[in-house]
Design a binder for this molecule. Sequence first.
Ligand SMILES: CSC[C@H]1O[C@H](OP(=O)(O)O)[C@H](O)[C@@H]1O
Length: 336
Amino acid sequence: MRTIDWRHDRIVAIDQTRLPHELVLMEIDTVEGLVDAVKRLVIRGAPALGAAGALGVALAARLGPGDPAMVATAAAAIRTARPTAVNLAWGVDRALARLPEGSEAVVAEALAVLEEDVACNRALSARGASWLTERVGAPLAVQTHCNAGSLACVEWGTALGVVRALHDRGALAHVYAAETRPLLQGARLTVWELAQMGVPHTLVVDSAAATVLARGLATAVVVGADRITANGDVINKVGTYPLALAAAQAGVPMVVAAPESTIDLSTPTGNDVEIEVRGGDEIVRWGGGEVAPAGTGTLNFAFDVTPAALVTAIVTERRVIEPATGGRPDSTVTGQ
Ligand SMILES: CSC[C@H]1O[C@H](OP(=O)(O)O)[C@H](O)[C@@H]1O
């Protein structure tokens, strides 16, 4: 089953807010419904957002054939539903570019985005598994953060795609999954996917991941990305930056698995990226109750910036870039 797909002129997506206890498919047949699904993280994860962006424009083009102004307005609303993951705007722009050819061309481009995502993820997963096996040695124990699995993509996954490839090769011993406060994508989604894959795994609180690395329980960190800037800075779920610091201190490679569509060469550094700040309720409320006194002030960064110097390798479907040793996405230099 794909995380997001196109069926009978509407978008069909797994409602990730219902996992791990309920597997529910949501049918989306309006632009407003898609924007809401992106904002509420029904659909989430950079590659999945890229697919959502492209399919959203296809939906608008089908709803308003011959009304480019309406489609452009819809595209703008989708594009800005979440600011940090570059793939959302990238997917919108991919589909919108075909509008002058008519709605069928827009739908065809959106469907191409979906198929490319699957192919890219399989390719980068194999590349990442080979790089890790050569550099670290098998069997590996991997520390993950958030969810960069098939649920964050159309299918297969990026960071968990690498985990899947290692597992299929018999080169994976264990995965330590950080729960990823406040929305618990690790505890709810990554653990669910690892169980589906039959991968041995252990759930840890975010603040324990550094100890997992310091004690040598994990031999590599593998995460996804929401945006990679021209200099190799990596924007990913909040908590990735401290994990990279802990990995550097422990001498453990910090590996980022992402498709080339997540690399944004138009943005020079991570300081130039808008970091989504979400509502405080996600922090102070959980399980239907308040975990902090009423009126507590919050600062809910959804992402953080990991400087290129802390990134051992960025693995895409085309290449491995090693920013920590001088590799840059915007040059042919890939590192040592
Ligand atoms: C494969 S990209 C997954 C990426 O997206 C997540 O953010 P969110 O759950 O808020 O969409 C997180 O940063 C993951 O690493």
